[in-house]
Design a protein around this ligand. Structure first.
Ligand code: HEC
Ligand code: HEC
Length: 475
């Protein structure tokens, strides 16, 4: 029966010059309604026929072009699509030797932690972006926010299709893949390390691979110019009650110690090593994709690829529920920042970040970041960084891409929802009414229980096969 349903869609599309494969006979046009054409064999009260209009189909087409577009060109890195850089970046992504000491006592040596308090060299990118879990954090206890050297406040986003995003992080505070790696390295709650220590480790462990791609490393073994730091010395020694470093991490700008003591040209040379590491890792990240999903197969004529519930959900997504206003395009994100009025709840047993200002602060930070896309470490700018911010950025977060969404261990920037049903309930009630900065853009949707279930069924059809197995482990 679903075959008949789809055939009617195809006919309907044919008139508009956007016909789907196996499109069948040229259509008569007119407002398509699958119910009209169905043979009556399948729709039941519990599981009625989807009713998709021409307008719905046009909008759905926007979510599922014949070919999913590759990441847009990234002028910030001259190596963004270089194969040798991507392979090198893949190795670096799994390398924990750049990291300093684990500070938080919750590091108890259990499988939920990366080691025990006081351990060094335990945190790699893959420690929070787990390749077998869509590059999300399914390791940390409760699978909401991440524990590395300490606790972060936001959920680790999936890295699948991250190459589609130009403004990164939930709040847009990084505007390139290459600069993003500095935050991880020098955060006291992530790698708790420094660019000086990391550059020395590149020299020690990756010299030939680095130099083959980026040219000669500075003489990082010359300790008169580049003071040697140990894993126990790099970064921060202790956290205060707000999980911030007491004092300043050693080996990075502002340390009034090893880094600040170097000649300016040597400081710059050290920064450039980690910039190039970021460009290599970025080239790898651009290869991580969710891939074509059952939804795309259905759009291209595979009649059995979606259940009736998922088809109805597709119609709701672009219709009554209005999801497509923000979750637009082939990756189901407009890549913009929206306030959806999320009242943060306790996650990972104790944490609550009730006053997260989101993009208003994040993008302001990117604007003044010496590592940003208009700065000297970038190989080019495409105007991605907004110049002016209005009030709508307050409490706003970047619309998440939704391909492979059902595989994520938890949802929203806080990770406070464990199930997609919770997310749909949230949007259905128009978000929360208070307890977040800024003004919410949402209003209640008044969905029926079946409509809510249909939307979940649709979201579950967005999962592709994920990246090739060769990309899921060190090369
Ligand atoms: C301690 C866990 C942790 C580690 C280790 C970690 N990340 Fe993340 N990652 C996060 C979290 C949390 C965020 C979101 C933070 C935010 O928005 O404030 C994030 C965000 C990102 C983003 C932005 C994604 C997007 O959609 O905007 C990228 C890219 C990324 N990480 C790559 C990396 C790379 C590369 C490494 C290693 C150099 C790394 N991460 C190490 C937790 C981690
Ligand atoms: C006004 C823009 C907007 C609309 C409309 C909207 N979303 Fe979202 N969506 C967002 C933003 C922004 C977030 C992240 C918010 C946060 O974490 O604080 C989000 C988060 C999500 C998530 C969680 C993804 C993740 O990785 O955590 C899902 C699933 C989702 N939306 C689905 C939907 C569905 C289904 C609809 C329609 C019922 C919808 N959204 C409507 C902007 C929107």
């Amino acid at each position: 029966m679903r075959g008949v349903v789809l055939a009617s869609l195809l006919v309907a599309c044919g008139g508009g010059g956007q016909s789907l494969p196996n499109g069948g006979a040229a259509g008569a046009g007119g407002e398509p309604s699958v119910g009209q054409v169905g043979d009556g064999g399948a729709g039941t009260n519990d599981d009625p026929e989807p009713q998709l209009s021409q307008a719905d189909l046009t909008l759905l087409r926007g979510l599922s072009p014949d070919d999913l577009p590759p990441p847009p060109a990234d002028p910030s890195s001259a190596w963004s699509d270089a194969a040798d850089a991507a392979t090198f970046g893949q190795r670096l992504f799994f390398d924990a030797r750049f990291s300093g000491e684990l500070l938080d006592g919750d590091n108890d040596g259990s499988p939920n932690a990366l080691g025990s308090r006081g351990d060094v060299g335990k945190v790699s990118c893959a420690g929070c972006h787990l390749p077998d879990h869509g590059f999300s954090d399914a390791r940390t206890i409760r699978k909401q926010i991440s524990l590395a050297a300490g606790w972060g406040l936001r959920r680790a986003p999936s890295l699948l299709d991250v190459g589609q995003s130009r403004l990164l992080m939930w709040d847009g505070r990084r505007d390139s893949l290459f600069s993003q790696v500095f935050g991880v390295l020098e955060s006291e709650v992530e790698m708790n390390s420094s660019r000086l220590y990391a550059a020395e480790r590149v020299f020690e462990n990756h010299r030939s691979a680095y130099e083959a791609i980026f040219g000669a490393l500075p003489p990082l073994d010359d300790v008169a110019r580049f003071p040697a730091l140990s894993a126990a010395q790099t970064g921060c020694r202790a956290l205060d009650n707000d999980n911030k470093c007491i004092g300043h991490g050693r080996g990075s700008p502002g340390d009034a110690a090893e880094f600040d003591g170097m000649a300016l040209a040597d400081q710059d040379a050290v920064t450039r090593v980690w910039v190039n590491v970021g460009k290599a890792i970025g080239a790898y990240e651009r290869r991580l994709t969710c891939g074509k999903a059952p939804f795309d197969a259905w759009m291209q004529g595979d009649r059995d690829a979606l259940s009736r519930a998922a088809q109805r959900g597709a119609g709701l997504f672009v219709g009554k529920a209005g999801c497509v206003t923000c979750h637009a395009g082939p990756y189901l994100s407009d890549e913009k920042f929206h306030n959806v009025g999320l009242q943060p709840r306790v996650v990972a047993t104790v944490f609550i970040d009730a006053n997260d200002p989101g993009a208003s602060v994040g993008i302001t930070r990117a604007q003044v970041d010496p590592l940003n896309v208009i700065g000297k470490y970038s190989d080019g700018d495409d105007g991605r960084l907004p110049v002016k911010l209005d009030d709508t950025y307050t409490g706003a977060f970047r619309t998440p891409r939704l391909r492979c969404v059902a595989e994520r261990p938890s949802f929203m920037h806080t990770g406070q929802f464990a199930k997609l049903d919770d997310v749909i309930d949230f949007f259905d009630r128009g978000g929360d009414s208070f307890g977040f900065p800024g003004t919410s853009e949402l209003s209640p949707l008044e969905l029926t229980p079946r409509e809510r279930a249909d939307l979940v069924a649709f979201l579950q059809t967005l999962s592709g096969a994920g990246p090739a197995a060769a990309l899921l482990a060190p090369p």
